[in-house]
Design a protein. Structure first.
Length: 237
């Protein structure tokens, strides 16, 4: 472990990948703690209190999904899954288990660093370190005043539309699954009614997006869910 910046717990059993990520992240000023197994990861979370966990799912003594659930039982640390598993079902399972984001290998370092910045910002907002105002492109969402402004004009949403937007706003940059949205907005009894989300998201995009057919603010991860794009990500897009 080196001294200086935010502390990242890297949970990865492949030595070559650990070397690559170690060099890249330390070059960006991060401090690192490394773990190659579930057991080592749990000890590191308890003893080092990391600012973020980078987690590979395939570990020699257990599965990363179960590890995510265990970490979530006692910590709100951001968890970014970095895995070769690219199936929708793996992404959904990891996110539902409590991961904040999911990046499929191979990936570029710029994208990884961007996802990490979003996770850090989101975690800071959870702890009350940022005013409850979200600005993405032409969207200005004031969660305290329950005010939605697009391109300088106030937009009136239905209660359900506002609940969806506010949920995404409180998790800006974070991918939320259909099930997470349904349970938060409609309740646990509606967890399988995915068409509810699609219908209301389509209406919400008509009011928020300049071109609803090519959304730049409310983006879809096919088969998984939705995210409200982070401001930096929207600027690049």
């Amino acid at each position: 472990m080196t001294g200086g910046g935010q502390l990242v717990l890297l949970v990865e059993d492949e030595a070559a990948m650990r070397r690559f990520l170690r060099a890249s992240l330390q070059a960006q000023g991060f401090r690192l703690v490394e773990a190659a197994t579930v057991r080592e990861a749990l000890i590191a979370v308890a003893t080092h209190n990391p600012d973020l966990v980078l987690l590979d799912l395939g570990l020699p003594d257990g599965d990363g999904i179960a590890l995510t659930r265990t970490i979530r039982e006692g910590s709100r640390v951001p968890i970014l899954v970095v895995s070769a598993r690219g199936r929708e079902s793996d992404k959904v399972e990891a996110l539902d288990a409590g991961a904040d984001d999911y990046l499929t290998k191979p990936f570029g370092m710029n994208e990884l660093l961007a996802r990490m910045r979003v996770a850090f910002r989101h975690h800071g907002a959870e702890r009350g370190e940022r005013a409850p105002v979200v600005e993405v492109g032409e969207l200005h969402l004031d969660l305290e005043r329950r005010q939605v402004v697009v391109a300088g004009t106030e937009v009136h949403l239905t209660p359900i539309e506002y609940k969806i937007l506010a949920l995404l706003g409180r998790n800006v940059g974070k991918l939320l699954t259909h099930q997470q949205i349904l349970e938060e907005v409609w309740g646990p009894a509606y967890a399988t009614h995915t068409h509810y989300v699609r219908v209301h998201m389509a209406e919400l995009r008509k009011k928020i997006e300049r071109d609803p057919a090519r959304p730049r603010i409310l983006v879809t991860e096919p088969g998984v869910g939705y995210r409200l794009r982070d401001r930096d990500d929207a600027a690049r897009g």
